[in-house]
Design a protein. Sequence first.
Length: 204
Amino acid sequence: MLLDRRRTLDIGDWELNRTHWAVKDVDLIEFLREQGLAAAGETQEEDAGLVDLPAPAPIQISPTTFRIPDEPIDPTLVSVMMPFTREFDGMLEAVRAGSREVGLVCRNASEVWDHDEIIQDIFALIYRSRVVVCDFTTQNPNVFYEAGIAHTLGKHVIPITQDIDALPFDLRHRRALVYAADNAGLDELRVKIAKRLRRLLELG
């Protein structure tokens, strides 16, 4: 049917072999009526009485690599995904301080040992967190992996970095907090983290 009527719909031969967007000077409603696909006299106002489809059900997460923790999600918990090196100790303390200012508790994976596998501890920490802070400064692959887990679980993720160019293409569309690792920069990070957490608490 479409091939027989492509001229009426202003569809050129080359368009049938490409995926693209195009604006056509065609009265689609009139065309549908002529084809018997819309009753004469139907208007958008008359169609307004149609029942909307129900919203799709949330995706049920059923991981096979991880075990869902028995503990519930903690609405006061902020977790930090970061490289395990001392150069990030100042950043961690700044995030802790910013979290405390808004009544939240900050933890990272080095403080958790509940399972034999460290990745299970990390997954459980992310799962139970309200907010996950991810430091992408050194493009650490573990942090990227953990950010992917957090995004999949629907967590609020706050990306931070000392170098905005450290963010890969797939994360460039997300806003990030940029900070300097000196005392002034870390204090500014504390203020920014507190402000962002306060806003996320307002959003629920």
